[in-house]
Design a binder for this molecule. Structure first.
Ligand code: MGP
Length: 197
């Protein structure tokens, strides 16, 4: 999504009474309205289990974003995972990677999986999914963030799942690093509980 273009009136004075120009227009700090770019553009997808259709036909792109502000606007606009019907998924993937095994960037890949008990839907699902989203858009995996393709939350009667998908099962350093960081970040959410990954 486009970032707002600043319309800055030059401010040559520091004095408070000169915070408007000759036409009386207010001078605004560009920081107040330029959106903060993310390192990647991301696409959020929704899956609804309609058994009369193929798996791929049930997958829908919701929206793409590439700024911090647009991420939160989208996140705040959609339902929490815990409110979705069983059988639904959200997937957040880098723009250009489809959230399916068949994509070039996924087909040699793997995933770090969190399996949640039925009881954890109420207390943990939304917090863990948000933390997963923040790990992705915040590029939490240092030099190995390039190995991350995306993440999926599956809302299921038998127990919900959250996974980060990586691009190549042979990139051992990247996979271990991503797993360690993800485990640390999600363990912080679940003190006194067993490790989720
Ligand atoms: P699922 O939605 O990943 O997990 O896969 P679920 O529902 O918990 O089931 P389980 O098999 O893990 O117990 C369910 C089914 O959806 C798979 O067996 C496939 O038929 C289909 N499916 C899931 N994914 C992620 C893909 C995909 O990437 N490509 C295709 N073609 N089908 C998929």
């Amino acid at each position: 999504m486009a970032t707002a273009e600043p319309e800055v009136t030059p401010n040559t004075s520091n004095s408070e009474e000169e915070q408007s120009d000759a036409t009386g227009q207010e001078i605004v700090n560009p920081e107040d309205y330029i959106k903060h770019p993310l390192q990647n553009r991301w696409a959020l997808w929704f899956f609804k289990n309609d058994k009369s259709k193929t798996w791929q036909a049930n997958l829908r792109l919701i929206s793409k974003f590439d700024t911090v502000e647009d991420f939160w606007a989208l996140y705040n606009h959609i339902q929490l995972s815990s409110n979705l019907m069983s059988g639904c998924d959200y997937s957040l993937f880098k723009d250009g990677i489809e959230p399916m095994w068949e994509d070039e960037r996924n087909k040699r890949g793997g995933r770090w999986l969190i399996t949640l008990s039925k009881q954890q839907r109420r207390a943990d699902l939304d917090r863990f999914w948000l933390e997963t989203l923040l790990c992705l858009v915040g590029e939490a995996f240092d030099d190995h963030s390039d190995d991350v393709c995306g993440a999926v939350v599956n809302v299921r009667t038998k127990g919900d799942k959250i996974a980060i998908w990586t691009t190549d099962y042979e990139n051992k350093d990247a996979i271990i690093h991503i797993g360690r960081v993800y485990k640390d970040r999600t363990s912080l959410l679940s003190e006194n509980r067993s490790s989720p990954v």
